[in-house]
Design a protein around this ligand. Sequence first.
Ligand code: PLP
Length: 381
Amino acid sequence: MTTTRPAIQMVDLKGQYLKIKKEVDSALMEVLDSCAYINGPKVNEFQSNLEQYLGAKHVIPCANGTDALQIALMALGLKPGDEVIVPAFTYVATAEVIALLELRPVMIDVDPHTFNITADLIEPMISAKTKAIVPVNLFGQSCDMEPIMKLAQKHKLFVVEDNAQAIGADYHLQDGSQQKTGCIGHIGCTSFYPSKNLGAYGDGGALYTNDDELAKKCRMIANHGQTKRYYHDMVGVNSRLDSIQAAILNVKLAHLDEYAAARQKAAAYYDKAFAEISQLQIPARQHNSSHVFHQYTLIVKDGRRDELQAYLQEKGIPNMIYYPVPLYEQEAYKDSMDQKITKLEVTDYLCRTVISLPMHTELDEETLAYICDGVKGFFAD
Ligand SMILES: *Cc1c(COP(=O)(O)O)cnc(C)c1O
């Protein structure tokens, strides 16, 4: 490519780091000086900062988002064969931990506009064996949680929110109050994978809950099933957030709202540019959730998604397909379904039509204009 413009990136971690370099570097040096690498004061500090930010009674830091989901499910005391309802349109981790615990993932279809599961889609899939629901707040906005919680209450089901992509978003309840996403279900799980909205510089994750009993259990499970050292009351795992990552996350948490605003600004720019392109569907907003745009995901309605992808690639415009294959078609999960589902219409459609554009905190107008011109150029041909 013969251009002087720096390469456009899907996620610009370097640009974001340079702006907070001083803060991050000195926080890191503090950890190095302290030698408190495991469960040091930075981890406790981050735990209480995140509790405060989310308005959650308990935050339990752990090693990554997948572990958070696994620990949450382990804390519910489910039995092999119990069913857990999950969206078929999500990242594999959501279903993976269910299968790993010998529970049965029941994959259901999603709403074609928000890409999230809804109470209406969940209800017909509830059986006598159903014990939990794992709604995924996909791409950065909450599921419509209140009707889901009502349904869960009616059928005595646990709700574990996979909030790996929507940390920082607000859910507006019917009574006029608002809560951070992930704090409405019994347990919320999040990931601090570097490209996530609150990303560490390595792996990290957390669970959050307002339930004292569940919090205690999750904390125990994450720590080899012990409350007292060398006394193990239950089978657990080893899942810790390390002090270096906690130090970085402390710095970045203070910027999270400003990062969300930068993403929203980029999304608004995209929306405006693509609103008149009849072949594209811009991201719908869940009416009672803010959107923190972990991804900006378009639907290409004219069947030319793959062509658009190749065209953008050639123009140096990175893009990704989240997600190309429905979970129930994945080799590993083909047989995990009870009723032999051959196809979920919306999930199948989305896997064939979605495309995600560059989305991060460092997108300037010049870059956005170049990306938008690229997309428009394709449809103008
Ligand atoms: C990233 C992600 C996870 C897993 O997080 P890790 O930290 O990579 O283990 C789980 N669910 C969803 C929806 C994710 O996007």
